[in-house]
Design a protein around this ligand. Sequence first.
Ligand code: APR
Length: 265
Amino acid sequence: MSGSADLESLSRMLAGADRVVAFTGAGISTESGIPDFRSPGGIWTRYDPRDFIFDRYVAEPEVRANSWAMRRAFFAANARPNAAHRALARLEAVGPLATIITQNIDGLHQEAGSQHVIEIHGTAREVACIGVHPVGGAPDGCGFVAPHTWAFEQLDAGVDDPGCPDCGGLVKSATISFGQQMPLDAVRRAQAEVAACDLLLVVGSSLQVYPAAALPGEARRYGAQVVIVNDEPTDLDDLAHLVVRGRAGEVLAAAVAGIDSDAPG
Ligand code: APR
C-alpha cells in the first residue's frame, strides 16, 4: 500500500477541493465480495465476454437464461457496502464530493447512503423491456420497468424466458451490455460533472473500457486534479497528479477520516 505521505496528500487534496467527482469501477466492490472483471479470478477470466453481447441476448434464449442465472447468483451473495462505499458517502455528507460516476451495476453506493450517483453502465437492480426485436444494440422497449425481483418471480413460476407483460417484448436486466448503446443522458450528465469538478477521484478501475475511461483525460483537459486509487497500475496512471496504490476501503477510509472532523478516533 502507498505510504502515509500519499494518504496525507490525498486528504489534503480532498480538503482543498471545491467540487470532487468520484469515478468508480468494480475494484471498489471487491471488498464486498463481488469479483471484478480483469484481476486474476475476475469475471472475464471465468466467462467469455462475447457470450454477453447485446445482439446475442436478443437472438439466443440460452444467452438470456445464462444471464438470469448469473443475476440470481449475484444477488444470492447479498453483497453489502464496504468501507470504501461508506467513505464516499461520508465525503458527500461532509462536503466536497458532489457526485459519483460509477461503472458498477451493484447499487452499493446508494445502499451506503450516497445520494448523487450516475450509473453509466445501468443497474442490475431493475429489469426493463427492450422491445420485440431491437437491432444494432439499441433497446426499443415500451417503457416497462420493474425491480429485478420481478424477473426472479417469473423464473420461479416456471417462466423460462420472462417477457414484457405490456407488449410481449424481451426483458433484460437494466445494465449496459457490450454492443449496447450507452445511456446518452447518463453519459452527458457524467461529462458535465467532470467538466465542473476541480478534483476527479478514480477508484478501483483498470480504465480500459471507453467511453468511461475517457473521463480522467477530460478532467485533465478542464484543469481538474486527477487522483487514481487502485491496487494495481492502470493504463492511465501517467494522467494522474497522484496515484495511491492500495485497497480502496483502507485508503478511502483513512483519507476521508483525515478531513472529517466528526470521524471517531
Ligand atoms: N482496492 C483497489 N483496487 C482494486 C481492488 C481493491 N479492493 N480490487 C480490485 N482493484 C482494482 C484491480 O486491480 C483493477 O485494476 O480495480 C480494477 C478493476 O478493473 P476491472 O476489473 O477492469 O473493472 P472496471 O474497470 O470496473 O471494468 C470496466 O468493463 O467489462 C466491463 O462493464 C464492465 O463496468 C465494467 C467495465
